[in-house]
Design a protein around this ligand. Sequence first.
Ligand code: GLC
Length: 679
Amino acid sequence: MIRKYKIGNPIETDSVIEAIPEILIDQEKAVIPASGEGGTETIIPASGDSNSKAVIPALGDENSGWIVDKHGKKLTFSMSSHACIYGLGEQVRGINKRGWHYVSFCSDDPHHEEGKTSLYGAHNFFVYDSRDCNDNICFGMYVDTPGRVEFDMGYSDPDEISIIFEDFDAYIYLLKSGHPSGTIMDIVRQFRRIIGRSYIAPMWAFGLGQSRWSYMNADEVRGVADSYDKAGIPLDSIYLDIDYMERYKDFTVNDEAFPDFKEFVSEMSGRGIHLVPIIDAGVKIEEGYDVYEEGVKGNHFVKKENGDLFTAAVWPGRVHFPDFLKEDTRRWFGDKYKVLTEAGIDGFWNDMNEPAIFYSEDGLKKVFEKIDGYKGKNLDIDSFFGFQGSVSGLCNSEEDYGSFYHEYKGQRIRHDKVHNLYGYNMTRAAAEAFDKIAPDKQILMFSRASYIGMHRYAGIWTGDNMSWWSHLLLSIQQLPGLNMCGFLYSGSDMGGFGGDVTEDLLIRWLSFAIFTPLLRDHSAMGTRRQELYRFKDTDMFRNLVELRYALIPYLYAEYLWAADNDEMLFKPLAFEYEEDVRAKEVEDELLVGRSIMIAPVYTQNASGRYVYLPEDMKMIRFRGYDDYDEEQMKAGDHYVRAQLGEVLVFIRKGHELPLAMPDMRVRDIDTENIHYIRN
Ligand code: GLC
């Protein structure tokens, strides 16, 4: 059962595609009519301060509910002591989100540390489960609002959830399951049904992708492909980061570095390698550059309040931002991808679309003036930090996000009010165009910024993580939340983007990432080179990537099944073994598809780990797709050995794991001769 409540005047986000009758929350009268499907209205008396508070029942128990606090612009809910909270998509911390506060505001921030509250995505769906506590309820909640909203999950008050709005305008969806078992998944499936089917990536996009910021020219790209081939490590794609462009201008190619690009794309595709270029949100301001000139002429760029174009800076220096929220602009920008699809490109990643802003022209001017005032002064504790902060505060500033406007669905709306829709609509622009400009191709597309709804158009990667063991764990823990929100094609920068990777970290990360749809080794400029063939134990890397290729028939089939049935590819144990209280606390094991569970090693110098089995399973310890040992194991706790290069897979009772014969490219995998490991 789903109930949709309306608070204030919400801005439509196009994230939910199913029509659901609205229940209006009348804030003024301080009561809310809570009508069920039969249409009978019950007036629920406001609790507490009767002028400002009303209650939304938490579905299932009319005594416990959400307090609507109009003046505080928040909804609050009393939690049971052992209740768990799952979801919120791309976020920091563990699978159970209880005990921290999370801010939904797409943020370009490469420091994915525990203390952070926002990453690149805004995914406002979660499930609350207190079925083994006194109040015994389980419900899902989706807060559909495109501006900033904070989810305080027991941070300010350990026993309370508070959802704090900047503007008290939102659609609130409450979802309840009628199933006595499989409750959480029933809620997830209902949610996924109303937001529409997830994007389907082509099968080749399950192959290994190699990326670097940046491969500077065609020869360097050829060299990467040659080295993989020479090492015998399968590879399907090579990513082109910003330096393939001519001075960071979207839809251009630097033809000194990549002479005859079309020919080069076809040469690589002849070898079975897909080139995947990046597209950034900002359009360089430069006379004579067609995208810039058309954008100005066609009124496609966002403007300030006074009607002047908003000027900011990203990689190319000064840019304008297309107003992706405008349908006409989406059509215009989407068509631009044609330059590249016509050259044979069939995969893209959209970046810097929170949008990331290094500085705005206005902001920079103010800082220069301010800094001028510090000249010749004795900078003391306050003035020194003020001086320092004025420069560092230029980047992605709230002031900038509040200083330009969109034309959205016939209305002029300030950016910060619809901030979380920007990357979503950039990606939607591309995906909608693909049907037109490349109708015969299945295009790979993933984005950095996102909102729920974008999952219908593309996948996401989890942005600029670090080569840290803690980020390997984070990437394991992020997957269930992403899947709950419809982002099935996803993965992290394997090996870590920032910082220097070590060989053992890369091996352990790969040992986990061979299960994620997006398997991409990407690293930042200035960091240690991270291509797999550069490390000492080439055999180990080859064995792991071959295992991935052998697993692709299983992974791709389970991925399609998850998309078609509103299911999750990666499930926490708690979603499957609902009666098992231990399963609720397992934060480092995942069910992958219907047949297997994985337990990755994510600590340095470990030769094994503790594994909790919620049922009897058959353990497979892989060293390669054709080199493994098997062991029947009983439900319960085990210490399991897993040396570097060994991958632990647990097959559920009555299930089988199909393994294909791997090859150097996904298209060549022998899917006819499948070998099954059965339990
Ligand atoms: C951003 C992206 C990263 C990319 C870099 C240069 O930081 O997140 O993946 O390599 O920009 O384009």
